[in-house]
Ligand binder design. Sequence first.
Ligand code: ATP
Ligand code: MN
Length: 464
Amino acid sequence: MPERMSIGQARRAEALGRQVLLQGWVRTRRDSKAGFSFLELNDGSCLGNIQVIAPAELDNYESEIKHLTAGASVSIEGVVKESPGKGQATEVEAARVVVHGTADPENYPLQKKRHSFEFLRTIAHLRPRTNTFGAIARVRNCVCNSIHQFFQEEGFLYIHTPVITASDCEGAGEMFQVTTLDLADPPKDGPRVDFSQDFFDRPAYLTVSGQLEAEIFACGLSKAYTFGPTFRAENSNTARHLAEFWMVEPEMAFCNLEDDMALAERLLKRIFADVLEKCPEDMDFFNQRIDKTTIETLRHIVDSQFVRLPYTEAVEILSASGESFEFPVAWGNDLQSEHERFLTEKHFRCPVIVHDYPRTIKPFYMRVNDDGRTVRAMDVLVPKVGEIIGGSQREERLDVLRERMLEQELNPDDYWWYLELRKYGTVPHAGFGLGLERVVQFITGMANIRDVIPFPRTPGSAEF
Ligand code: ATP
Ligand code: MN
């Protein structure tokens, strides 16, 4: 019986001499005049293909093998041999080739030429079979694994926060509503829709963040993190925004903003180091084909210290920069993407953590500083992508928190449970949100965030 193995395993020298069963999809077929065919086979276990030699003596050689084209699926039994070819240690001499499915070359959309990423988005059901999307899937998987390992080693509990929520975490988030009401004929209470007759007896939404619920667990179990899908109905058609994305949100009790920034820096460095170590072949591919600086940038970041920069100083640097920005720089304005990129790409040339932002531009739950004008917020900015993490120390003082809610026109009664965390055994605590796709975008150098999530959801687009 041949040993079933992945192409990644069969490509290694340790596989030499073994009788194997390999299964995958044909990338190319070439026929030699010497009476055999070469098949390049890929199964997604690694970037590289394995070369299969199919001799003319195989009984389905003329009937099937000589008709194989890109996209066909096959099982191969044979022996792993040393390859005389360059760039590969091994190849497989086939004793049996079973064809599972053909792929008509007249119609199969993935031909050997390079396809644009825009085109590949229209065939998201086939793009995992390309080199680029295979590599993205493996890197994304590595990043997720690294995130879980990091938090487990640091003693955090992985908790699951709800996807459906009745509270609007940011106070200003644009949310997708969840309803079972008949939209053509909703029940009315006067001129307004009567949501007391809706499924949850009130309006409900898809969550924009699991933070408030993560705080509940941190304020009792000390360290917790969530890692799940997050939804924003913002109609921003940018290369950095999705309507559905994955967010990692750690929350720590008895911690302040300095601890929070240190955690963010450790986490990012760990992710980058793991990807460099565990996905070298995929990273070489991105470095050659997508962004020639990515490996060097990641290596540099792993060894460097992130800059910590108070917002007020950031405004001074931007004002004195002599750059002509589209959006005005002034104390009290939020930093725009162009400002963030100037700081991290041009001024410091490394990740920058901007902290202590004006209270007026940040949500109610961030801790107010003694100056009364700023809050303990921080954003981690990286080149190309801009903001990759947003976090803060949370307001743990009941009276200040209630005042901040009123200031932002939120009804404290809607957040009674959140306020009780401050009423009973309140503690200083802090946390942040890391956008998974922004991380994968940064690592791979992919220009558009729609290409680093398997099935992107954006305004006007929810195919697949
Ligand atoms: P931005 O200013 O870039 O729109 P934000 O300040 O609204 O982001 P936060 O609410 O701070 O974002 O969310 C935490 C993290 O989640 C961000 O730092 C980013 O990495 C990620 N993120 C936020 N919105 C999106 C989105 N629409 N698509 C993908 N990732 C996002
Ligand atoms: Mn933010």
